[in-house]
Design a binder for this molecule. Structure first.
Ligand SMILES: Nc1nc2c(ncn2[C@@H]2O[C@H](COP(=O)(O)OP(=O)(O)O)[C@@H](O)[C@H]2O)c(=O)[nH]1
Ligand SMILES: [Mg+2]
Length: 430
């Protein structure tokens, strides 16, 4: 069976590739280097590496959720009773070729340190950047990945309704073309398809049986959360703080345009996420924030997505009800749609969005700009988002961490008056 799968995959040519030049641009001494003390990564011989990748069309915010499933696995491996599991490092897949990121070069590999505070993340899970992985592998020639598993759903799972946790090497359901972030110096001679149903943490069984040093899981989104919304989940989520630079840009914008500061808004967090306490008395800046998802949502979810006219009406109603005069808009709408919205909101209200300078656009790209908008939304007195958008979900989580009253956070725009599903309330657990 394994041999046949292998030969089937090799027929399509394994993969993959890119790198030496790209690594150089994130090398020691520049600001992308977030290695703890100095810039070369010191690996020890016991170390093992777990790489993963997500279905290419998935966006930034679903990817953040998949990261959490694997960070929780890595956290558990580190504390495992089995010695051969304790040395795993989770390798952070670069942010690359995301479908929605229109002005980010397709083959660019963006390290996590550009967007997240890696020190903070590492206090939860043993993770390393891709460039650190290459340093650890002494990249003098192509890096061979010992074992690649392409995760796939069991063929009959949805028909039989059998959702028991299980995993099994099976024939590949599709011709998977693996192109791991355009790296040209990665290869493998051992690729298998793993039919899988269960939480990511169950993969420890596979990792324990294997003696491979480097393992790549493709289609990692197939593995689920062990437990959504428990204490462990929220610890992992709290460790995912955004980079100081992005937080500073958002704070500056709030101060300058929205009269919002942490002190006045009661949104000061301790320096370390470990010191955060349960609270519900965040006040937020004197503005309403709205996340208005358009683009592919307009096409794929037209039955849910309200018109701009309806959104404007809902915003005006909320501003009146909350006695606020400013609304901050985060959106992927076209310029025309945004203009249309601004025109429909009376000018005694201030309607504002974040417009990045060219410098910010070039340096932080689409991902950074989206994060800045998410942060500004998080600090508002009241938030209203788009139904079933993971971009909105991540804002809701951020507000739970900041300690807002629940009613100010879990709100979605309605399609119309009587068709108005609201988001599930996932409260933080400390
Ligand atoms: N700048 C900006 N980008 C957005 C906004 N909404 C969506 N996007 C972009 O579209 C992508 C949406 O994909 P994803 O993160 O998967 O969220 P979802 O598709 O809404 O569940 C984001 O990653 C952003 O790149 C927004 O309000 N502002
Ligand atoms: Mg998406």
């Amino acid at each position: 069976m394994l041999t046949s799968v292998f030969s089937k995959l090799t027929k399509y040519g394994l993969f993959v590739i890119v790198l030496f030049l790209e690594i150089a641009s994130y090398a020691c001494g520049d600001e992308f280097c977030y290695v703890d003390s100095e810039c070369s990564y010191n690996s020890n011989s016991h170390e093992r590496f777990l790489l993963y990748d997500v279905n290419p069309p998935e966006g930034f915010n679903l990817r953040r959720d998949v990261y959490m499933r694997f960070a929780i696995l890595a956290h558990k491996l580190k504390h495992s009773e089995h010695e051969n599991l304790q040395h795993f490092k989770l390798v952070l897949p670069p942010w690359s070729h995301l479908y929605h990121w229109k002005y980010t070069p397709v083959a660019e590999q963006i390290p996590w340190g550009l967007y997240f505070d890696l020190q903070s993340i590492k206090m939860y899970a043993p993770v390393i950047e891709m460039y650190e992985f290459f340093q650890a592998m002494n990249r003098t020639s192509a890096v061979v990945i010992d074992e690649v598993y392409v995760l796939q759903h069991f063929k009959d799972m949805f028909e039989t309704g059998n959702f028991k946790n299980k995993m099994q090497i099976e024939e590949c359901a599709e011709n998977y073309q693996i192109n791991y972030f355009f790296y040209k110096n990665l290869t493998s001679h051992n690729v298998k398809c793993l039919s899988y149903h269960g939480p990511a943490t169950k993969l420890s069984q596979l990792l324990q049986k294997s003696s491979a040093k480097v393992i790549l899981l493709h289609h990692a989104e197939v593995a689920l959360h062990e437990m959504f919304g428990n204490k462990l989940y929220w610890e992992c989520r709290r460790s995912m703080r955004f980079s100081t630079k992005l937080r500073d840009i958002a704070a500056q914008f709030r101060r300058k345009f929205l009269n919002s500061t942490d002190k006045a808004d009661n949104t000061i967090l301790p320096e370390k996420w470990q010191d955060e306490k349960s609270k519900r008395d965040a006040k937020g800046g004197p503005y309403l924030s709205a996340h208005i998802r358009r683009q592919d949502f307009l096409r794929g979810r037209s039955h849910q997505v309200p018109t701009i006219e309806s959104i404007a009406q809902q915003i005006i109603k909320l501003l009146e009800k909350l006695n606020l005069t400013q609304v901050f808009i985060a959106t992927d709408a076209s310029e025309d749609e945004y203009k249309n919205l601004v025109e429909k909101i009376p000018h005694n209200y201030k309607t504002i969005k974040y417009v990045p300078s060219n410098g910010v656009k070039i340096k932080y790209k689409n991902g950074g700009v989206a994060i800045i908008e998410q942060i500004i939304c998080s600090y508002a007195r009241h938030f209203v988002g788009t139904h079933e958008s993971t971009f909105s979900f991540r804002i809701q989580e951020e507000r739970e961490i900041l300690g807002f009253p629940v009613a100010t956070t879990f709100n979605s725009f309605c399609k119309n008056g009587d068709d108005c599903p609201q988001p599930s309330i996932w409260k933080i657990v400390h």
